[in-house]
Write a new protein. Structure first.
Lengths: 242, 292, 250
């Protein structure tokens, strides 16, 4: 993440100058998480973090690293199956959130007759379909429009590592997130990963040593908030050890 | 509805597979502790122990009460443990889990029943007035190894604590404040410390100081309490998978080694703390200069 | 009331006239309570324990409903003390820490022994009533529970047998100390450091090992060895009881 982003505190008023200028047309300004519009034309923050703006989308939001994950529709999460029922599985996203339900039919190729058999405490990579404050979140392992799994589904083998929510977001953001450690590692060793927005990273490197090395590398980058330089060092150190 | 996060099948299998390949997740050898940190508070009798991510704070406090009728010559010593929800979502106040009861029992057996503290020295006037010593153990962060960390915290706090001096004249006892007279240390007879062994693969693999994930995967545990003189104060193996009698004895030897290391570490820290407190010595205190 | 250890080193006889490696009279019966699914009555000297087992039955609604462990049967152990069981007649608190530690031990050791995965979503309740206490209480509870579970017909891998041993009393003449004592009564338990050991099967597979008093590390080895040996003898006796009972149906 670029270090030049302005840091805002709850209650700060955002001056119009720091908001994005619409590049073309009169696209309405979109406010993301952490920003609040007080009519007539005051915009203030509700959380502490870095103010990020996107001129192309004409959007602004606050990037922050909180400890608690709140399920949001569209997020990819790694959930643990708690119990299986006749209609759906109950899944744990984090120990503090209520169970999310994952319908038996929300898997690729699942029908009433052939439903997936998942043991208690196994892991699934799923997308949050609906999440609102009145009902339990609903998960799905298929893309509703295509009926294909798109990489979602049960995770076999491998190991999970806890990472911060901010790290998970940065990893999912790809190049924009500024995390190069995975890219650096993948040039030399092969591994499979899945990133859950709930702060979980699943790694399968085929053997214990690779899996651990990858997981530890990401955790180290996360813990010490390493920049591109530091990440390169971590990569070369890990590759040397393997 | 907070609850303890069950460990997933994938993690369980991975940890077991790693152990079979002689690897622990954090890269430690099987018989090493996590990095241990011990700091003392500004007041006497506050010890803050960090064992990896696990953190426990023990605090000793004292008051004067009447002794128990059946133990007229002994002071009262009480260890109170509390798991706060701060440490893990699974802990709830007022509803002790099995783990909490076991922790309280082990500390009781390891420290109180083994007479680590000479309770007779806490007596002021037999049958009338004694010191009531209370050790509060607070679990601040839970990443396994609670029993070992709590035991270190209590023993370090006891050794760090100073109780106020008293003057006894007949039936009358006067407790002198810290300003009037230098408080005196407790009489500690020995320092018992706990070492928890977790075993896997039908008792083939023994780990010292397992973290939370390793604790959730283990087949059973053996808690051995010893002092550095080689006296076993307490052994507890509450069921679980069976273990060969010979490997149990082997654990004793490993425990002795670990206890010796830890005792030395606590001693060093205590000395460092004493030096810090006594910065200028008597001369600094008597000096007429002051900040004003 | 100090135990007269001086006479022990002379005659090598304990207060109740036993030698060091002698068990007390162990008398046991199974199927004593008609109403329970399984039951047993066990005497180890003057320690008397009555055990009933009910289940496996469906777990309580709600409690076991969403439980993550519902793929296995849950084992619940309740221990109650009769008011007249001890020397002083006094009402014990419903749940003190020592009792919950005992029930925790039983739950943990039996969970590894019983084939609980055969009974998902169910509970096995073991109720132990202590009628008289005179040492080796935990050992007696373990032995009684084993018999009652066998009577209830709950599948298990092997017997769990327990007994106690104490470090030998040291006196001036025998500097190194004599042999460890087996199966302690209440008085010896108060005087000597002792441990409770429970083994599974015929070998050295130790399931439970609990020691509560301070003792030299070197002595533990001897105590453990004698304890394991004692468990084998207890196993023979329990085996005989079960076979005797089985003959009625043969």
């Amino acid at each position: 993440m670029a270090a030049t982003l302005p840091v805002v505190l709850p209650g700060d008023q955002i001056s119009p100058s720091s908001l994005p200028k619409p590049t073309k047309g009169n696209k309405p300004l979109t406010l993301g998480p952490g920003l609040q519009h007080i009519p007539p034309n005051t915009i203030s923050t509700t959380i502490a973090g870095a103010l990020v703006t996107d001129a192309k989308k004409n959007a602004a939001w606050v990037e922050y690293n909180s400890g608690r994950y709140t399920p949001t529709a569209g997020d990819l999460v790694i959930a643990t199956i708690a119990t299986g029922g006749a209609e759906s599985f109950n899944c744990t996203i984090t120990p503090n959130t209520p169970y999310a339900s994952l319908p038996n039919l929300a898997f690729e190729g699942a029908t009433r007759k052939t439903r997936p058999q998942l043991a208690t405490n196994s892991l699934v990579y799923a997308r949050i379909l609906t999440a609102n404050r009145d009902t339990a979140p609903e998960l799905t392992c298929v893309d509703p429009s295509t009926g294909k799994s798109e990489g979602l589904g049960p995770l076999k083998g491998g190991m999970v590592f806890k990472i911060s929510l901010g790290m998970a977001r940065r990893l999912l953001a790809g190049r924009k997130g500024g995390v190069t450690v995975l890219g650096g590692l993948s040039e030399k060793i092969g591994f499979e990963i899945a990133i859950g927005r709930n702060g979980v990273l699943w790694v399968d490197g085929g053997n214990v040593k690779t899996t651990l090395a990858v997981g530890k590398a990401v955790q180290e980058v996360d813990e010490h908030a390493l920049g591109p330089e530091g990440q390169k060092k971590v990569v070369s150190k890990v590759l040397r050890d393997i | 509805m907070p609850r303890e996060a069950e460990i997933s099948v994938n993690e369980r299998e991975f940890i077991q597979q790693a152990l079979r390949e002689n690897t622990r997740l954090d890269g430690r050898a099987f018989d090493t502790f996590r990095p241990l940190e011990l700091t003392f508070g500004d007041e006497y009798g506050v010890a803050d122990v960090k064992l990896g991510k696990t953190r426990v704070i023990a605090r000793i406090s004292v008051e004067v009460t009447a002794p128990l009728p059946e133990r007229k010559f002994d002071g009262v010593f009480q260890i109170v443990t509390e798991f706060s929800p701060m440490a893990s979502p699974a802990f709830e106040v007022g509803r002790p889990t099995d783990a909490e009861v076991i922790l309280a029992r082990i500390l009781e057996k390891a420290i109180r029943r083994s007479n680590a503290l000479d309770t007779e020295s806490l007596c002021i006037i037999a049958g009338l007035k004694v010191f009531h010593l209370r050790a509060d153990v607070h679990i601040i962060d839970h990443d396994g190894g609670l029993i070992d960390a709590s035991c270190i915290a209590v023993m370090a706090a006891l050794q760090h604590f100073r109780r106020p001096d008293v003057i006894v004249e007949g039936e009358k006892a006067t407790v002198l404040s810290v300003r009037e007279r230098e408080p005196i240390p407790l009489s500690i007879l020995h320092t018992p410390l706990c070492v928890t062994f977790s075993y896997y693969e039908e008792g083939e693999i023994f780990l010292v100081d397992a973290n939370l994930a390793e604790e959730q995967v283990r087949q059973g545990e053996i808690i051995i309490t010893m002092n550095r003189h080689g006296e076993v104060c307490q052994i507890a193996k509450y069921g679980g998978a069976t273990v060969d009698a010979l490997s149990l004895l082997n654990c004793n030897n490993v425990a002795l080694e670990k206890v010796k290391d830890m005792s030395k570490f606590i001693q060093e820290r205590l000395e460092a703390d004493a030096k810090r407190r006594d910065a200028g010595g008597l001369m600094a205190e008597l000096s007429a200069e002051n900040d004003r | 009331m100090p135990l007269d250890t001086s006479t022990y080193s002379l005659a090598l006889l304990r207060l109740d006239g036993r030698r060091w490696n002698e068990l007390r009279r162990l008398h046991a019966q199974i199927s004593t309570q008609a109403a329970a699914d399984g039951s047993s009555y066990l005497e180890m000297g003057n320690t008397k324990v009555l055990c009933t087992v009910s289940g496996p039955h469906e777990g309580k609604a709600g409690g076991a409903g969403g439980g993550p462990r519902s793929t296995q049967a849950k084992i619940e152990v309740e221990i109650s003390f009769a008011g007249f069981s001890g020397v002083e007649r006094k009402k014990r608190q419903a749940k003190d820490k020592r009792t919950s530690e005992m029930s925790h031990t039983l739950t943990q050791s039996l969970a590894a022994l019983l084939l609980t995965h055969l009974y998902p979503h169910s509970t096995i309740t073991i109720h132990l009533s202590i009628l008289s206490q005179d040492g080796s209480l935990l050992a007696a509870c373990i032995n009684a529970a084993t018999l009652a579970l066998i009577d209830a017909g709950i599948p298990m891998t092997d017997y769990l047998c327990a007994c106690t041993t104490a470090a030998p009393p040291t006196s001036a003449e025998t500097e190194a100390g004599g042999d460890p004592l087996l199966d302690l009564n209440g008085q010896e338990e108060q005087e000597l450091p002792f441990l409770t050991v429970a083994t599974v099967g015929k070998g050295h597979a130790v399931s439970v090992l609990i020691m509560e008093s301070r003792v030299r590390m070197e002595k533990v080895e001897g105590m453990l060895a004698v304890g394991v040996e004692g468990c084998k003898r207890v196993r023979e006796i329990l085996d005989k009881v079960v076979k005797e009972h089985g003959k009625r149906f043969a």
